[in-house]
Design a protein around this ligand. Structure first.
Ligand code: 13P
Ligand code: SF4
Length: 365
């Protein structure tokens, strides 16, 4: 039975603890009809309510497997889009705050990618030569572009495998939007740095000469994560000077200089698992988002492991942090009342093509 929808203004000033109680009650009332998925970067006061947590790849698998009516996504916009596309048509994906975007995903848009494709066609035949690969941190229409042009999606945990798959089919890759993940993954496959060139979408022909394009194995989109760009090699040097036995682990959205200076590089799930499996008494420097690092620092204290954040600056994923207890309480209590707020629904024609690229990724992950 539907009742009038609650406006968010009624929740804006609610105290966090009151929100927490109301979230717990709403979850109880919804039972198995709703599932809360949260990315590892989610703030603690929201993460505590999650039923399912993971990195982008794990959350994609989980979204495809759950049979709840409502998938309440505490992450960012592209993650809720993926949940919508991988769940059944009757299931509903919800993003509690529509302002929870990803600044990296916004660095590539369909118009720019289509323009790049057209410009590349002036010197080679992209349909025969280039596989478009989009990081999952991208809008659904870019995934659809990849689906349409024999391309594929990747996440930070399978980018290497996805590149191998791509190079078996075509000789070059156009990788967007994260140049750092593309460069690190290409480097891991042994591709020389001078065969990975940056495509600057603000300049004609990406700012590259025809010779550079012909020589390149990977064209890297000029995009980056504003959080991971904060980590610098000097943070690692300082740590190693102070703690020669310390271990460094970073996310592949960091620069190649940071990744090279690290002992381990991998997705958020990989980071958690690696530290969980480490010996007690070890000390770690971690180059990824602050909410995650603070959570594991607390969690692994009992195992006598010291976990430190890599940057002296506070760097959080501020867009993901838009999902706060107030928005979560608002979305859930509306569901209890029979009202869906903030549904994420990818248009059907786009979802169909995007799913082709997502399914290619899932089949090799
Ligand atoms: P993973 O979830 O793949 O580790 O990536 C981190 C990220 O930036 C999510 O947006
Ligand atoms: Fe996007 Fe960076 Fe936030 Fe990940 S951490 S969601 S890449 S802005």
């Amino acid at each position: 039975m539907h009742q009038e929808a609650f406006e968010f203004e009624q929740y804006d000033q609610l105290q966090d603890e009151i929100c927490a109680q109301r979230i717990i009650s709403a979850k109880k009332a919804l039972g198995k009809r709703a599932v809360i998925l949260a990315h590892h970067y989610q703030r603690a006061d929201v993460y505590r309510h999650a039923d399912l947590t993971g990195d982008s790849l794990k959350l994609s698998h989980l979204a495809a497997q759950t049979d709840a009516d409502y998938l309440v996504f505490c992450g960012v916009h592209f993650m809720a889009e993926v949940a919508d596309m991988l769940s059944s048509p009757a299931q509903i994906a919800i993003l509690p705050d529509m302002a929870a975007g990803c600044s990296m995903a916004d660095m590539a848009n369909l118009a720019n990618v289509e323009r790049a494709w057209r410009e590349l066609a002036e010197i080679l035949n992209p349909e025969e030569v280039i596989t478009p690969v989009t990081y999952i941190n991208s809008a659904a229409d870019l995934k659809a572009f990849c689906g349409e042009h024999e391309g594929i999606v990747c996440t930070s945990s399978n980018a290497g495998k996805v590149l191998e798959w791509s190079f078996k089919r075509r000789e070059k890759v156009l990788f967007f939007p994260d140049q750092h993940l593309g460069r690190w993954s290409g480097h891991q496959l042994g591709i020389p740095l001078d065969e990975m060139v940056v495509w600057n979408f603000d300049e004609p022909m990406g700012g590259l000469t025809p010779e550079q394009i012909k020589k390149a194995k990977i064209l890297l989109w000029k995009g980056h994560c504003s959080v991971h760009q904060m980590f610098q090699p000097q943070h690692i040097i300082r740590f190693r000077n102070q703690h020669p036995d310390g271990i460094v682990i970073s996310h592949p959205e960091c620069s190649i200089e940071v990744c090279k200076a690290s002992d381990y590089v991998g997705s958020t799930e990989y980071i958690i698992k690696t530290i969980a499996a480490a010996k007690s008494g070890t000390r770690w420097l971690v180059g990824t988002e602050l909410n995650l690092v603070s959570r594991i620092a607390e969690e692994f204290k009992s195992q006598d492991k010291i976990v430190q954040f890599m940057s002296p600056m506070v760097c959080m994923c501020s867009t993901m942090a838009r999902i706060d207890p107030q928005h979560l309480a608002w979305a859930l209590e509306n569901l209890v009342n029979g009202n869906v707020v903030n549904q994420i629904k990818v248009p059907e024609h786009e979802a169909k093509l995007a799913k082709v690229a997502l399914d290619r990724m899932l089949s090799i992950s």
